[in-house]
Design a binder for this molecule. Structure first.
Ligand code: SAM
Length: 375
């Protein structure tokens, strides 16, 4: 009897199957011959990075180094610096990244090459090695020494290029991996952390308490809110030097591997279809929240074009038409060049950069696009 009831109410195809079908049809067109390899990687065990907590007293367990683990940021940084200047010059010859976007002008190309915070450190195992990190243990003051996350998720935080004293907004912050990476820079003047979900904001607060000393979590340094980020521009505009807009998306890896909380569940079709609209509104709110000269980093963990560069194009257009705000797309190729040995990047995207999963370096997907407010 029970079985019959199940048969009547259980979905014919689980959300993971629906996700795979959807990705097969859209990504085979969008990614062409790259898709079969990315597909295999997406369906295989992912790789993690260990974001080191430089507020913790504990050192990295020595056995990680003995196993060939390395900080991917420090390892590539020095080697790539001289090349970055050349890359910037090369940028001047590149076509516009987006039709409706002002080109990077000659003056902006004289800016120093991307300066990455030396304080952010993230350990990864070598290419092809999928050894797992052990869960971090609390140090003598109760703080955990590292946070496990997709190492590619650190890239948007590095690309944001926070400088000393900056006022920073993390618009969709929970559970807080990127917030932690931003805090590791030790450069923040004031940090505003927001997430629309109250339960996820609670989780974010727990994460912050487990990694960050209490004296850095005071009202003078940090504000944590649970607002609908799309409304941010109506409350606080032209304020932040840096804004991270890490939007909700189809979370491709999760959608392929977990039936729980899966956006491909039949009951969530409407929510899924509305994602590009929500993402555009969030990015526009982030643009409005930034000050003129400020920079905005848009990121997702999907390969989907309509949630990635189409959203950026749309938000740029709306910012210009409805708010008179001119934006410039910042070329992130110096960053991708720097980390090309750790991650696989999609070639020739029309706008932004994307880490694509690969069996030997199974990170991502992470899409990111950086905008600078000119007005
Ligand atoms: N940045 C986070 C991190 O690194 O841990 C991950 C963010 S996750 C990709 C997207 C987040 O957006 C979710 O936590 C979700 O609750 C939040 N969100 C969804 N709609 C939102 C909205 N309208 N305003 C603000 N946050 C929203």
């Amino acid at each position: 009897r029970v079985k019959e009831k199940w048969a009547a109410t259980r979905a014919k195809y689980p959300p993971t199957t629906l996700a795979l079908r959807h990705f097969d049809s859209t990504y085979s067109t969008q990614l062409g011959k790259l898709w079969p390899s990315i597909r295999v990687a997406l369906l295989s065990e992912r790789k993690y990075g260990a974001l080191l907590n430089n507020f913790s007293f504990d050192d990295i367990p020595e056995d990680y180094e003995a196993q060939g683990c390395r900080d991917f940021i420090r390892d590539t940084d020095t080697e790539a610096q001289p090349r970055l200047q050349q890359e910037s010059e090369f940028v001047a010859e590149r076509e516009s990244d987006c039709v409706s976007v002002q080109n990077a002008d000659a003056d902006s190309l004289q800016l120093p090459p991307l300066q990455l915070s030396r304080n952010v450190k993230c350990l990864v195992f070598p290419r092809g090695d999928i050894t797992r990190f052990k869960p971090a243990k609390p140090d003598k003051s109760g703080l955990l020494s590292y946070y496990l996350m997709d190492a590619a998720s650190v890239l948007p935080c590095l690309a944001l290029n926070v400088e000393d004293g900056h006022n920073v907004l993390d618009l969709c912050a929970a559970p807080g991996g990127k917030t932690l990476a931003l805090l590791q820079t030790h450069s923040l003047g004031f940090l505003c952390v927001n997430d629309a979900s109250v339960s996820r904001t609670m989780r974010l607060k727990r994460v912050l308490r487990s990694y960050i000393p209490k004296d850095l979590l005071t009202d003078e340094k940090l504000r944590i809110t649970s607002f609908d980020g799309t409304m941010w521009g109506e409350v606080e505009t032209n304020v932040f030097n840096r804004v991270l807009v890490d939007v909700p998306c189809t979370t491709d890896r999760h959608s392929l591997l977990e039936d729980d909380n899966n956006i491909f569940n039949k009951s969530r079709v409407g929510e899924r279809r509305r994602l590009p609209q929500l993402q555009t509104e969030l990015l526009l709110a982030g643009i409005l929240a930034a000050c003129p000269g400020g920079e905005i980093l848009y990121s997702t963990c999907t390969l989907c074009r309509s949630q990635n560069h189409s959203v950026v194009e749309q938000a740029i257009q709306l910012a210009q038409e409805n708010h008179g705000i001119q934006l410039q797309v910042v070329d992130l190729r110096p960053l991708t060049h720097m980390f090309r040995k750790t991650f696989h990047f999609a070639p020739d995207l029309p706008l932004g950069e994307m880490v694509v999963p690969h069996l030997a370096a199974n990170f991502g997907p992470i899409y990111m696009c950086k905008l600078r407010r000119l007005t």
